[in-house]
Design a protein around this ligand. Structure first.
Ligand SMILES: *[C@@H]1O[C@H](CO)[C@@H](O)[C@H](O)[C@H]1NC(C)=O
Ligand SMILES: *[C@@H]1O[C@H](CO)[C@@H](O)[C@H](O)[C@H]1NC(C)=O
Ligand SMILES: *[C@@H]1O[C@H](CO)[C@@H](O)[C@H](O)[C@H]1NC(C)=O
Ligand SMILES: *[C@@H]1O[C@H](CO)[C@@H](O)[C@H](O)[C@H]1NC(C)=O
Ligand SMILES: *[C@@H]1O[C@H](CO)[C@@H](O)[C@H](O)[C@H]1NC(C)=O
Ligand SMILES: *[C@@H]1O[C@H](CO)[C@@H](O)[C@H](O)[C@H]1NC(C)=O
Length: 313
């Protein structure tokens, strides 16, 4: 059972009382159903997946698992369903009929009943904060010998404005597996620099908010574990290499994207073509999500329990 934030957490943090406008709410309400996922109804576009229906890969956990406590309206009253995002050996996405045999992936893309293009311009203007909480699914563990990129914003050039990365970084040739930093959640900037990292402990909700300044091209990170309010864990820094304007905007993915292991039998060019080549074992794996939303930081960054903190400056 979760205990909720003791008062001293609140007292120690510099907090503002007012709410800050939410622009996109990806917290799965209790009326969201598997059929909604299959029909792209609700907060997720579910087209990036393997050959099965979306609800084969994405499971709404109802009352079975408690979401991060940060956004509950009242003590012990859950406000959202936990979402389990999984991959198995059928999780080969085929954009334009060109199968990505290297990856195994299931992506939930921020949308309103399937509409994502207008939404992304709304969530990626001014200064906005991308909230997500992630937890291990110990029944379907990740294989930390592989690299995973579970959360990212991807402009059309295939880069990431920022991402969450875990596992052993993909290398050619393959190094010692798992790598010594594999069980660490890392928030990386556009150039892959690590802004913040923390041990990916089991049985904990790892709560993140990434503040993005879309005009001045800067990033900052807030983090907490379980019931603790979010706190800044980085400075506001230049997002090295990020593009300005529409070229720098892209869909917000809450996903399980698993990279392959380079196959030494493939040519050098093939080994570098990570989406399409490489080895996968075909195991079923999952990650749990809750607390997904995007807000303007005009009146601060939400840190939990209706409280806000000053945006990073
Ligand atoms: C769930 O209920 C809310 C509030 O009544 C409503 O706005 C939303 O459209 C419903 N969602 C679905 C998927 O039916
Ligand atoms: C996907 O869902 C549809 C509608 O519920 C169903 O008819 C179909 O059998 C499902 N396909 C698979 C592969 O499960
Ligand atoms: C995890 O990945 C490594 C590297 O490909 C592989 O050797 C190992 O068998 C995998 N483990 C499982 C449980 O599939
Ligand atoms: C982890 O491995 C990297 C690359 O091999 C090495 O540079 C680093 O010192 C290692 N770190 C630890 C804590 O062993
Ligand atoms: C991005 O473009 C806007 C509008 O043209 C401009 O005000 C801003 O300074 C640019 N940002 C950077 C980092 O060049
Ligand atoms: C996984 O799928 C690939 C591509 O369809 C196939 O070649 C491979 O044999 C499958 N592996 C397992 C363990 O089923």
């Amino acid at each position: 059972m979760f205990s909720f934030a003791p008062l001293f957490f609140v007292a120690l943090t510099s907090l503002l009382a007012s709410a800050t406008p939410i622009i996109y709410d990806g917290r799965a309400s209790f009326n969201l159903t598997a059929a909604n996922l299959d029909a792209n109804k609700g907060p997720f576009l579910t087209v990036v997946k393997g050959s099965q229906n979306a609800s084969h890969y994405t499971t709404l956990l109802g009352q079975n698992v408690l979401a991060t406590p940060l956004w509950s309206k009242a003590r012990y009253v859950p406000a959202e369903q936990v979402v389990s995002v999984s991959v198995d050996n059928s999780s080969i996405f085929s954009p334009g009929g060109n199968p990505q045999n290297g990856f195994r992936r299931t992506d939930l893309i921020a949308a309103n009943d399937g509409e994502h293009t207008e939404l992304l311009t709304k969530i990626e203007t001014g200064v906005t904060a991308f909230h997500f909480s992630v937890k291990k699914d110990d029944k379907k563990p990740l294989n930390l010998s592989h690299e995973y990129q579970p959360v990212f914003i991807e402009p059309n050039d295939g880069t990431h404005v920022f991402d969450l990365q875990v596992g052993s970084p993909f290398t050619i040739p393959t190094g010692t597996l798992p790598s010594n930093n594999s069980n660490i959640l890392k928030i990386r900037d556009h150039s892959g620099n690590i802004l913040f990292s923390t041990d990916f402990t089991s049985n904990n909700w790892h709560n993140f908010a990434v503040q993005v300044d879309w005009t001045n091209l800067k990033l900052g990170v807030f983090y907490s574990k379980d019931n603790a309010v979010l706190a800044p864990v980085s400075k506001l820094v230049a997002n090295a290499g990020a593009k300005n304007g529409t070229d720098g905007q892209g869909d917000f993915h809450v996903a399980l994207l698993k990279l392959p292991i380079a196959n030494p039998a493939d040519s050098a060019a093939q080994q570098s073509d990570v989406p399409h080549f490489g080895s996968q074992e075909g195991t079923t794996e999952a990650l749990l999500y809750s607390g997904v939303f995007v807000e303007s930081v005009a009146q601060g960054v939400s840190v939990g329990y209706g409280q806000t903190a000053k945006a990073l400056a």
